[in-house]
Design a protein around this ligand. Structure first.
Ligand code: GLN
Length: 600
């Protein structure tokens, strides 16, 4: 096993996760099998208890692990399936050491950070690196390890110490350290400043780690004299200094690294050789760059201004949009703004929210917890249902669609989820734990579960390739009340997908509507750039007038791509001076939006 460690210096938010995923992709394109580990030095055992509005979304894995959103980037870029153990936190390490201590495993010794915590970290990495994550047998060739936080943080010290020992232990030729840093440009003189990077490399060395490669974030490519200076002061060969300058979207990063021959530098450190084949990736990135016809999707959520809270949903929308040759425009609509109270308190805000909703080609109500904005989400679902606007409800979004249907169509005015109104006389969404009913902790239905299609020719079955079942990821407590299903079906709401017992409703559809679909699971977690999630593809296809073509093609959009792109010879872009491609109209991360979802 070979290891690539990615650390970060100077400031946080440099895009270390995307860089590490891109490096993984580049190595994979060289024919290597790649796995990855994300280290989060915080004390929480996992991300499950952390607010998505503070920390970004909680990503869910097949095994039910609730992990940092960076694992989503790895899964998407490398098309792999990680396990909960691929996310290491301080909490997990200490918990394992303390458990061993209680069992008496340390035989009377004093238990200390060095060597006990640091040993536990190294053993964890070695064990997890061996788990196959690409569906093949046997361990991967390379494990990319990303150390969260910034060099110098108190919390990451035990990890740095452990990784220093680890690099020594695996030996040269098996370990490559890439340090991601910042080279700021001072506006007045336009000079690229190397001092912050010098300091952070010095810090790294002081802690026993020697960088092999520097990946410098800067607005433009580094000038030769700047590289020479960094090389001299940081003791890194000039050809091992890469610039991650601003690109229109993150799909460019692997190409940017390839064009700077990052693979050669990394493979040399690892005693490997290989040439990357990024044809398909390049072609898709080209398509993404030239999209101009918009598809407007209203995201009706608990708006808080941090778009990372819905990262996988945005990515899934993007994958589907690129497959349909549409430029994704996300209209952030704060659910609460659609409510009657807002009409009274802030009529302008209310009008604006409704204008955005009505100007959209499709409506998405994402997952969520708690009752804030529920009424607004119900109004959005009602609007989409009645006006035949394509709609996708994810998890809470599906429950919302069911509540709306119960109220408007079945006439059950107080129908609700017991999550929001435990006393409702028409509980159409109820708490259905898989385990204990009384024990609240760990009662979430988490991870991969199977959905069987009950109605073979429905839209969602077709989108899923007309397979008889599909495995998707879950994260919820409440479910549609099975006792009310017949009543709903009699009124035209079809429960087309269910679990193996037939008791848990997984997918709803309104056959009489162009595209009105809800899923109890989160399809966004398994969407990939080249394999958009079926239900998201359905939404975007419906919103851009292409649903029939996609359905005829059993959920594949590829035939929509004009010949020549996707299978023809891609135009390889070379990046020079950092200005080969310019971002045109304020896009960030390639997702265009009304600016309500304040991007960072
Ligand atoms: N709050 C709902 C539940 O627990 C939905 C959860 C979600 O959307 N992830 O069932």
């Amino acid at each position: 096993m070979k290891y690539v460690l990615v650390t970060g210096g100077v400031v946080s938010g440099l895009g270390k996760g995307v860089t590490a995923s891109s490096i993984g992709l580049l190595l994979k394109a060289c024919g290597l099998r790649v796995t990855s580990i994300k280290i989060d030095p915080y004390l929480n055992t996992d991300a499950g208890t952390m607010s998505p509005f503070e920390h970004g979304e909680v990503f869910v894995l097949d095994d039910g692990g609730e992990v940092d959103l960076d694992l989503g980037n790895y899964e998407r870029f490398l098309d792999i399936k990680l396990t909960r153990d691929n996310n290491i936190t301080t909490g997990k390490i200490y918990q394992s050491v303390l458990d061993s201590e209680r069992k008496g495993d340390y035989l009377g010794k004093t238990v200390q950070v060095v060597p006990h915590i640091t040993d536990a970290i190294q053993k964890w990495i070695e064990r997890v690196a061996l788990i196959p994550v690409d569906g093949k047998e046997g361990p991967a060739d390379v494990c990319v390890i990303e150390l969260g936080g910034t060099i110098g943080d108190i919390e990451s010290m035990p990890f740095i110490e452990a990784l220093g020992q680890f690099s020594y232990h695996v030996g040269p030729g098996n370990f490559c350290l890439i340090h991601v840093s910042l080279v700021p440009v001072l506006n007045v003189v336009g000079e690229q400043k190397t001092k912050p990077t010098q300091h952070s490399v010095r810090g790294l060395r002081g802690l026993g780690l020697t960088p092999n490669i520097l990946a410098c974030r800067s607005t433009k490519a580094l000038e030769d004299n700047v590289k020479a200076k960094l090389s001299q002061f940081c003791h890194v060969a000039a050809e091992n200094i890469l610039t991650l300058y601003d690109v229109p979207n993150i799909w460019h990063i692997p190409l940017l690294l390839r064009d700077q021959k990052a693979h050669e530098a990394i493979l040399k450190e690892l005693n490997l050789i290989g040439e990357p084949d990024l044809q398909e990736w390049t072609a898709r990135t080209r398509v993404y760059d030239i999209l101009h016809e918009p598809v407007r999707i209203a995201m009706v959520g608990k708006y808080t201004g941090l778009s990372d809270s819905y990262l996988s949903v945005l990515k899934a929308l993007l994958h589907a949009s690129v497959a349909c040759w549409r430029k994704l425009v996300v209209e952030w609509v704060a659910a609460g703004d659609l409510e009657d109270v807002t009409a009274k308190e802030a009529p302008d805000v209310y009008k604006n929210a409704w204008d955005l909703l009505k100007g959209s080609d499709g409506v998405l109500v994402p997952g969520g917890f708690g009752d804030r904005g529920v009424q607004g989400k119900i109004l959005a679902a009602k609007y989409a249902r009645e006006n035949k606007v394509p709609f996708l409800g994810v998890c809470l979004g599906m429950q919302i669609a069911v509540i709306e249907f119960a109220r408007s169509v079945l006439g059950l005015h107080d129908a609700n989820s017991t999550e929001f109104d435990p006393e409702t006389s028409h509980p159409c969404v109820i708490f259905m734990p898989e385990g204990s009913k009384t024990h609240m902790g760990g009662t979430m239905r988490l991870g991969s579960r199977r959905t069987y299609f009950k109605v073979p020719n429905c839209k969602s079955a077709k989108l899923y390739n007309n397979d008889s079942f599909v495995d998707e990821r879950h994260r919820h407590r409440y479910e549609v009340n099975p006792n009310m299903v017949q009543q709903f079906e009699n009124a035209g709401l079809s429960f087309v997908g269910r679990d193996e017992t037939g008791q848990r409703m997984e997918i709803i559809e309104l056959p009489s509507h162009p595209y009105f679909v809800g899923a109890q699971f989160h399809p966004e977690f398994k969407s990939r750039p080249g394999k958009p999630s079926a239900l998201f593809l359905g939404l975007i296809a419906a919103a851009s007038g292409q649903l029939d073509a996609v359905l005829q093609n059993y959920g594949h959009a590829s035939k929509l791509l004009p010949n020549g792109i996707g299978n023809g010879k891609p135009t390889v872009k070379t990046y020079q001076n950092g200005n080969a491609i310019k971002s045109s109209n304020g896009s960030l991360n390639g997702v265009y939006s009304n600016g309500n979802g304040a991007h960072h």
